[in-house]
Design a protein around this ligand. Structure first.
Ligand SMILES: Nc1nc2c(c(=O)[nH]1)N[C@H]1C(S)=C(S)[C@@H](COP(=O)(O)O)O[C@H]1N2
Ligand SMILES: [Mo]
Length: 375
C-alpha cells in the first residue's frame, strides 16, 4: 500500500519526512506503557467509585475494616499520581501519530481519532484537577467532585473504545518475543518505571506509614499538625475558634436532651485507635477518647436502625451536616470524641466534640458537633 504523504508545501515541521527519528515511537513501547497505565486507571476508577458510593450515594457500606477507606483512598491518590509520568511517557510515544497524513482517512478513522482526543482530554483534566485538589486548591468555578466523577466515566468509555479500536495492534504487540527488538526500548521502559516508582515513593508516605520518611512532594505530612494530626479546615476558617460558654450538645429523639461539656466528660468514656482518611490522599492514625455515639443515641431513645444526622456548629461549609447510616452510628468504635492523642481536642480538630467513625472518608468525620438527630 502506498502511504500518502502531505503535499509538498506542507512537508515541513512535524509533517516533514523523518520528523520523528526516535525508534521508540512504535507500538510495542506504546503497548507496554499502556498496560501499566490501564492497570493504574482501573485501580483509580474502582477506588474512586468506592469513595463516591460512600460520600454521594450513601450505599450501605460496612464499618469494618476500620482502615478500609484509608486503603482504598490511599490507592486512589497513589494510582492517580502514578498515572502522571505514565501518561506523559505514553503520549510521548504515540504523539507523532497526531501528524499522520491524511488527518482523517474515513468515517471510522475520524471517529477513532475523535475518541482518542476525548480520552486524552478527559484523562489529562482528571489528573490535573485531582492533583490540584490533593493540594487543596480549587481554582475553578465548577464543583470538583461531580466534574471528577463524570470525567471518569468519559475516560473509562473512551478507554474501552480505544482498546476495541486498537485490539489487533495490542494483540500483535503483547508478547515481547513476537515483535522486533528496538535497542533503546528496555532502557526507556526502565526509566519510565523508575520515574513512576520515584513519584509514588515520594508521595505515598502521606498515607503509607513506612514510606513516611520519603514524603517529599506530598502536600501533607501525616504527623505534622496540632496534636500530631494534620488539619483540613482550621477553626479560623470555619469561624469556630472559641467555644461559647453556653455550648451544649443537643440530641433529638423521642427523649431529647442537651448536655454541656462537663456533663459529657462525666459520661463513660472509651478510647479507640482510628484513622482520619482524607479524600485528598493523606491519612493518619490517632487515639480518640469520647462517648460512644450509640450510648448517646440510646439515651435519646433513637431507634437502632435510624440514620443519624450530625450537625456542626460551623455556620457554612459543605461538611457542616452529615448523615450517618446505622451501621456506622451503632458501631461500638464510633465516638463523639472529646480528646485526641491524650489531649482535649484543639479548636482545629473540632473542640469541644467531633465524630470519629471507622471506615469513613475524612469529610464525614464532622468537627465542632453540636447536634445529633435520629431520622
Ligand atoms: N464541620 C466540619 N467538619 C469537618 C470538615 C469541615 O470542613 N467542617 N472537614 C473534614 C475533612 S475534609 C477532614 S479530612 C477531617 C480532618 O480532620 P482533622 O482536621 O481533625 O484532621 O475533618 C472533617 N470534618
Ligand atoms: Mo478531607
Amino acid at each position: 500500500m502506498r502511504i500518502p504523504t502531505p503535499p509538498t508545501a506542507l512537508r515541513r515541521g512535524p509533517l516533514r519526512e523523518g520528523a520523528f527519528p526516535s525508534p521508540l515511537h512504535e507500538p510495542r513501547t506504546a503497548v507496554a506503557i499502556g498496560r501499566w497505565l490501564g492497570a493504574a486507571l482501573v485501580v483509580c476508577l474502582v477506588t474512586g467509585l468506592i469513595s463516591h458510593a460512600l460520600q454521594d450515594w450513601h450505599l450501605p457500606f460496612p464499618s469494618r475494616p476500620v482502615n478500609g477507606y484509608r486503603f482504598t483512598q490511599g490507592l486512589h491518590v497513589i494510582s492517580g499520581t502514578a498515572m502522571i509520568p505514565l501518561l506523559g511517557a505514553k503520549l510521548w510515544t504515540v504523539y507523532p501519530r497526531l501528524f499522520a497524513w491524511p488527518p482523517v482517512q474515513g468515517v471510522l478513522h475520524g471517529l477513532e481519532r475523535a475518541g482518542i482526543a476525548l480520552l486524552v482530554s478527559a484523562v489529562l483534566l482528571e489528573l490535573c484537577t485531582g492533583l490540584v485538589n490533593a493540594v487543596q486548591w480549587y481554582p475553578w468555578p465548577f464543583p470538583f467532585r461531580q466534574t471528577h466523577f463524570w470525567l471518569a466515566w468519559i475516560a473509562a468509555g473512551g478507554l474501552l473504545v480505544h482498546l476495541a479500536a486498537k485490539a489487533p495492534l495490542i494483540a500483535a504487540n503483547w508478547w515481547r518475543a513476537r515483535v522486533p527488538a528496538v535497542p533503546a526500548r528496555r532502557g526507556f521502559l526502565f526509566s519510565v518505571a523508575a520515574a513512576t516508582g520515584l513519584v509514588t515513593a515520594v508521595t505515598a508516605g502521606q498515607t503509607v506509614p513506612w514510606l513516611r520518611r520519603l514524603v517529599l512532594l506530598a502536600p501533607r505530612r501525616p504527623d505534622i499538625g496540632p496534636q500530631g494530626l494534620p488539619v483540613n479546615k482550621t477553626a479560623a476558617q470555619a469561624g469556630t475558634t472559641t467555644t461559647p460558654a453556653d455550648w451544649r450538645l443537643s440530641v433529638d429523639g423521642p427523649r431529647p436532651f442537651a448536655l454541656d461539656l462537663a456533663e459529657l466528660a462525666a459520661l463513660p468514656q472509651r478510647t479507640v485507635r482510628l484513622p482520619i482518611s482524607c479524600v485528598e490522599g493523606w491519612s493518619a492514625m490517632a487515639t480518640w477518647t469520647g462517648i460512644r455515639l450509640s450510648d448517646l443515641l440510646d439515651r435519646a431513645g433513637i431507634a437502632h436502625d435510624a440514620t443519624v444526622r450530625v450537625t456542626s456548629r460551623e455556620q457554612q461549609g459543605d461538611y457542616r451536616v452529615t448523615e450517618m447510616a446505622a451501621t456506622y452510628a451503632r458501631d461500638p468504635l464510633t465516638l463523639l470524641a472529646l480528646r485526641v492523642n491524650g489531649e482535649i481536642l484543639a479548636p482545629d480538630h473540632g473542640h469541644p466534640a467531633r465524630i470519629i467513625a471507622p471506615n469513613r472518608p475524612g469529610v464525614l468525620q464532622t468537627k465542632w458537633v453540636d447536634r445529633l438527630e435520629g431520622l
